[in-house]
Design a protein around this ligand. Structure first.
Ligand code: UD1
Ligand code: CA
Length: 458
């Protein structure tokens, strides 16, 4: 191959047409989530971060969910349909219009191998930029069952043997095929034309490219990757294994970035959780997608957080639930058994105990007492509650939205607030209390007598 061609770009082809039978699922395998994002999304993100020139995904013939998912991608992805599932080599051929006539290198990835990192793709690229014509990502899994084995002679890769085609001795080989393969410009075209399906599964194996390349005198090389990059998902158990590896990666990354995790194994991240340094996460915190936490904040134990921005030095939990659209300002406090949804909470405001705050705009230095609730939903529409700076909401108050409480206003404990409260006003929204002298004692006397009468009749 001419060297100027080798440097002109790398295109990525992701195989995602398999049926995923072993998942026993109505959802296509590549859409099963890891860290809250479909596996296919992880592979696409990795390709983007690596800087792929173009990307293509090969999908099955009846995959409307996968098509819909690809249409929602932030950048263009070419889609090719493999009409019959005849193996990984055959799947790549479905994208022949993508790789023919373009002088780019190609890296083929699997949609069911979600933890592959951009830096691993860089290593494949580096060899292709050298003199390699074909690069295979190898790894040594703890349990090699199900993976293709890399057959080597004096360190040279001579063939990949699928488990089903392997002899007893070949099965003892611990070096396996991770699935990612790099091809110098034109090589894919040249090799795939001569693939056959003479094997245990009567499939066109992409892995046979190794032997074909050697027969044509091309240079075949191995990149050794780690087990996490290479872990494939064929079953629910492997999905759980990969989730665990992903979580482990996220936890280490958070700690490297300066976040304290008191009990790392009990923290569950989403793929896009963003946490600044000097945040502390106490045990048993679970993140859904789209969470951002600023410097110095503390998330106390057993909190569940999704779609939320948490400001500097805020304190959340224990046992808090933050739902999408929550935006907590700096120095805010959200305490135990508080649920917040679609609410902006200004600097220094406190919602410390047993509240539901939904569809609200809360100013700075507001104090919301125990058990106060925004009644945001009338069964048909959601309405907004607005609380001015410095306002005080007494415990057990119900704020019936739409309603606005002015700055520094004071809502008396136990109020049902149905009308706006002007700034600086004191609002009572409760019945006046009356005390009847002596009536407590006589009431008890009557009740005791009634109970005695009732037990006599039994
Ligand atoms: C494959 C490799 C094996 C490797 C392992 C790594 C082959 C022949 N075997 O085995 O060497 O160790 O991955 O995880 O390549 N696919 C299609 N169309 C098809 C068949 C598969 O698009 O006709 C896609 C699947 O959606 C999947 C990927 O290709 O994303 C791999 O297919 P799968 O059946 O899971 O292969 P493995 O048996 O895991
Ligand atoms: Ca697989």
């Amino acid at each position: 191959m001419e060297s100027e061609n080798r440097l002109s770009g790398v295109d990525i082809i992701i195989l995602a047409a398999g049926e995923g039978t072993r998942m026993k699922s109505a959802t296509p395998k590549v859409l099963h989530p890891v860290g809250g994002m479909p596996m296919l999304g992880h592979v696409l993100n990795s390709g983007r971060a690596f800087g792929a020139s173009r990307m293509a995904v090969v999908i099955g013939p009846n995959a409307p969910q996968v098509t819909a998912y690809l249409e929602r991608q932030p950048s263009a992805v070419d889609t090719y349909v493999q009409t019959e599932r005849l193996g990984t080599g055959h799947a790549v051929q479905a994208a022949d219009k993508f790789y023919a006539d373009v002088n780019h290198c190609n890296i083929v990835l699997f949609g069911d191998t979600p933890l592959i990192r951009p830096q691993t793709l860089d290593r494949i690229k580096a060899l292709l930029e050298g003199n390699a014509d074909l690069v295979v990502l190898g790894f040594e899994p703890q349990n090699p069952t199900g993976y293709g084995r890399l057959l080597t002679e004096q360190g040279e890769l001579i063939a990949i043997r699928e488990e089903k085609d392997a002899s007893e001795t070949e099965r003892k080989i611990s070096l396996c095929n991770a699935g990612a393969m790099g091809f110098a410009p034109g090589v894919l075209d040249k090799l795939l034309a001569s693939l056959t399906n003479q094997n245990a599964q009567n499939e066109y194996y992409l892995t046979d490219c190794v032997e074909l390349a050697r027969a044509q005198g091309l240079s075949v090389q191995i990149v050794k990757g780690d087990v996490v990059d290479a872990a494939g998902v064929n079953s629910r158990a492997q999905l759980a294994d990969v989730e665990a590896m992903f979580q482990d990666r996220m936890r280490r990354q958070a700690m490297e970035n300066g976040v304290t995790l008191t009990a790392p194994d009990t923290i569950y991240f989403a793929h896009d959780t963003e946490i600044e340094p000097d945040v502390t996460l106490e045990p048993n915190v679970v993140f859904g997608p789209k969470v951002q936490i600023m410097r110095g904040a503390t998330i106390k134990a057993f909190s569940h957080i999704e779609g939320a921005v948490i400001g500097e030095n805020a304190i959340v939990g224990p046992f808090a639930r933050l739902r999408p659209g929550t935006d907590l300002g700096p120095d805010t406090k959200v305490g135990n058994f508080v649920e917040v949804k679609a609410a902006i909470v200004g600097k220094g405001s406190k919602i410390n105990h047993l509240s539901y705050i939904g569809d609200a705009r809360i100013g700075a230095s507001v104090n919301i007492g125990a058990g106060a609730v925004t009644c945001n939903y009338d069964g048909f529409l959601k309405h907004t509650t607005t609380l001015g700076d410095g306002s005080f909401i007494g415990s057990g108050s119900l704020l019936v939205a739409p309603v606005e409480i002015g700055a520094n206003a004071y809502v008396a404990t136990g109020s049902v607030i149905t009308q706006d409260v002007p700034a600086d006003a004191l609002a009572f929204g409760r019945a006046r209390q009356t005390n009847k002298d002596g009536r407590g004692a006589s009431l008890k006397e009557n009740l005791r007598a009634a109970k005695a009468e009732a037990s006599k009749r039994k």
